[in-house]
Design a binder for this molecule. Structure first.
Ligand code: ZN
Length: 260
């Protein structure tokens, strides 16, 4: 049966934390060899989106990817990530990189002890990509023998996939900027319409996100580049764009994990 967001509450054979231990043991014995670890964030997402946008995106994207792989479960999403650059916005919670590394490390250690042979780290928050890339070799060492760890760390490919999907669906691909933009806003409108303040959708930073802008974000904070917390433009969001973005990125990442 195809996974749909509204099934999240009832799909008890995809999310590890919803299953009973004997069923997990049986699934592993019958060939469920892969486990996906979504790595989200709880941080500002402009004036219109909820704090848990990246965490929720991770859970749903994880399910979409697991479904495509066919032999995979989804581990509990690591909901808080590396968000220091968003800390000037109220409510943001951030893990230090060393804390995030320690959590990922212990996830991999635990999951590999149960017989999964592949652990797929799936970041849905920009600030988690580099730390995951940096820690990947260590995670591989940490996992038990016979278990490999892979991580999707190509943030540019993810944003490009959003651009293509948004352009194809609406002709508004140039509004994708990577944070609280038309793509992420549409994703939330698809997953949690009750939590999106559509009327507050605005344009944010829309110039090219070059190395200078990236360094400014890292060194001085997100607000110095985009006072309203948006990279790109949130206007024009729709549920259809959200569904298409979720599906296109799930295809991209499932292919990556299949080959990795
Ligand atoms: Zn986000």
């Amino acid at each position: 049966m195809r996974y749909r967001p509204e099934m999240k509450k009832t799909n008890n054979n995809l999310f590890l934390e919803r299953m009973r231990s004997p069923d997990i043991a049986a699934a592993i014995a019958e060939g469920t060899s892969t486990v996906i670890v979504p790595c989200g964030a709880v941080e500002q997402h402009g004036p219109h989106l909820p704090m848990f946008t990246d965490a929720e995106h991770g859970t749903h994207l994880g399910a979409e990817v697991a479904e495509r792989l066919g032999n995979a479960l989804v581990a509990p999403t690591i909901r808080v990530g590396c968000s220091e650059h968003h800390m000037t916005f109220a409510g943001t919670i951030s893990l230090r990189e060393e804390t995030f590394r320690a959590v990922c490390n212990d996830y991999c250690k635990s999951l590999s002890r149960h017989g999964f042979t592949k652990i797929c780290m799936l970041p849905t928050h920009g600030g988690n990509f580099k730390p995951l890339e940096n820690m990947l070799e260590k995670l591989k060492d940490t996992a038990e023998d016979g278990c490999t760890v892979v991580a999707f760390t190509d943030l540019i490919a993810l944003v490009e996939t959003w651009k293509e999907a948004v352009e194809e669906t609406s002709g508004l691909g140039d509004r994708v900027g990577g944070h609280a933009d038309i793509a992420e806003s549409s994703l939330m409108l698809h997953l949690h319409p009750e939590l999106v303040k559509e009327d507050d959708a605005q344009q944010g930073f829309t110039a090219e996100l070059d190395e200078t802008a990236i360094q400014k974000i890292i060194n001085n904070g997100f607000h110095t580049v985009t006072p309203n917390g948006i990279l790109g433009d949130a206007r024009g969001m729709s549920k259809k764009i959200g569904r298409d973005c979720l599906s296109a990125v799930a295809d991209l990442i499932a292919n990556y994990f299949r080959e990795g």
